[in-house]
Design a protein around this ligand. Structure first.
Ligand SMILES: NC(=O)c1ccc[n+]([C@@H]2O[C@H](COP(=O)([O-])OP(=O)(O)OC[C@H]3O[C@@H](n4cnc5c(N)ncnc54)[C@H](O)[C@@H]3O)[C@@H](O)[C@H]2O)c1
Length: 439
């Protein structure tokens, strides 16, 4: 949607409620991090909203404010957290169970973490085969479930005296579903909810409830969720910003950093083999072939879009791209991702690149949750609605308008994000053209 340069932005007054679907490793690492940062015992490393700066005007002007000082974002002290999960563990217990953060750190923030108790979830094991929990809602049909979520949202807002809310899906990856005829219009979607249609997954019910309540929604997993024509119609009607899918962390982050570099030098690609070992609950869920299929689709799309084989057939036609995830419990959240990349250069001579990224999944994802919560809230205060493509930076499989292809190149994504912020504040866009040299 076209937003005027220097558009009016409503101030970030009052409390911002961050509603998390799923209170697992990512959500608890995010909440614990914010609580630790608020107390001055940790730094918000990895968060663009907290640590990033933005250049304004010409390079000679030396104007490089911090993003959070340039644009009115909610402050960390104004965030309140709520969550749904199929297990009853508080955020403290769930964080202890996830084993991402050290117990010593968690003990220092035990009081606020213990207060966060998950609301009953909308869950159906058909969509996540490897999980089974008791903290779940009951209802005659999917529409009734949505109504219960809408009530939860209103109740949370009232109880916590929030002026605004955002919702982020950080729950388990659901089985692979294709868009179905019932997803086409809001009317058919609502009817399908009443009919308990199989094509309506729990993640879609949460997204529907958020949009019905006027709450911006971000999808951190690869399942369709809000990425449906019916829900885009609802977002448009209710003027709600949305974004997704699948947080860009770990191996795909590396891929979208390296692939644009290879392409910029016109180096060819024979193949890219990626494999991971992962031992947390996410890894266990992804061990189910149906959930893995959803993740695989999300991870595979990246290279095709960045390398544009149709534009550069001599370099990128028919390259082989394989992605594997293996559940290996001893590693917990500390994923190891290997990439074996077969490239070729001048006169077709082959070369190889090997990457071994010993990363921490939730440590990479937590700052993205924070940035998305703050930027989605900003978008809503600015009157932006529908898909927020400028937030593609955060996703493996960015949601885009049906007539556009998604942008995967992380450098283009960052430029788009920063130029959006410049535009909102009435500053000139930075094109790196340097016209001053030609005067
Ligand atoms: N950590 C990363 O780097 C990363 C990157 C991209 C995407 N993701 C995705 O983010 C999601 C969360 O990852 P995680 O490591 O925190 O997983 P996790 O398994 O630790 O947490 C997910 C939580 O969601 C809960 N849950 C499942 N279905 C639910 C439902 N219908 N309603 C409410 N709660 C539900 C589970 O009980 C669990 O506690 C996963 O889908 C994962 O694929 C993670």
């Amino acid at each position: 949607m076209a937003i005027k340069k220097g558009a009016e932005i409503a101030p970030a007054k009052g409390k911002l409620g961050v509603l998390l679907v799923g209170l697992g490793a990512v959500s608890t690492t995010f909440i614990a991090g914010v609580e630790a940062i608020k107390r001055g015992i940790a730094e918000p490393i990895g968060s663009l909203t907290q640590m990033g700066a933005i250049r304004l005007g010409k390079r000679t002007e030396n104007r490089v404010p911090l993003i959070k000082e340039f644009i009115p974002l909610a402050g960390l002290n104004d965030l309140v957290f709520g969550a749904w999960d199929i297990f009853t563990d508080s955020a403290y217990e769930a964080a202890m169970h996830a084993g991402v953060l050290e117990k010593e750190l968690l003990k220092q923030i035990k009081t606020p973490m213990q207060k966060i108790k998950p609301m009953r979830a909308v869950f159906d094991q058909h969509y996540v085969k490897r999980l089974n929990g008791t903290n779940v809602k009951e209802g005659a049909n999917k529409m009734e479930m949505a109504e219960q979520l809408i009530e939860d949202i209103a109740e949370f807002k009232r109880k916590n005296k929030c002026s605004r809310l955002v919702m982020i899906w950080a729950a388990s990856t659901e089985i692979f579903l294709k868009t179905h005829a019932v997803h086409k219009t809001l009317k058919s979607f609502e009817q399908a909810m009443v009919d308990n249609h199989k094509a309506i997954a729990p993640s879609m019910i949460y997204a529907y409830a958020a949009l019905k309540s006027g709450v911006p929604f971000a999808n951190g997993a690869p399942n369709l969720s809000v990425d449906l024509p019916a829900l885009m119609q609802l977002a448009d009607e209710n003027r709600v910003p949305v974004c997704g899918k699948d947080f860009k962390t770990g191996q795909t982050l590396m891929k979208t950093i390296i692939a644009p570099g290879l392409k910029s030098r016109m180096l060819g690609l024979h193949g890219w083999y990626s494999t991971n070992i992962l031992g947390n609950r996410d890894g266990e869920v992804l061990d189910d072939p149906e959930s893995f299929k959803t993740k695989e689709e999300s991870k595979l799309s990246v290279l095709e879009y960045i390398l544009q084989p149709e534009v550069y057939p001599a370099l990128y036609k028919d390259f082989s791209h394989v992605v594997r995830i293996n559940y290996y419990p001893p590693r917990g959240d500390n994923k190891e991702g290997w990439d074996s990349i077969d490239i070729f250069g001048w006169l077709g001579y082959p070369m190889q690149i090997k990457i071994d990224f010993l990363c921490r999944d939730s440590i990479l994802a937590a700052p993205l949750v924070l940035d998305l919560a703050l930027f989605l809230d900003l978008a809503q205060r600015t009157g932006m609605k529908g898909i927020q493509e400028w937030l593609s930076f955060y996703f493996k499989s960015p949601q885009s308008a049906p007539e556009l292809y998604p942008e995967h190149d992380i450098f283009i994504q960052l430029m788009k994000l920063k130029n959006t912020l410049r535009h909102l504040r009435g500053e000139d866009l930075i094109t790196h053209l340097g016209l001053e040299y030609y005067d």
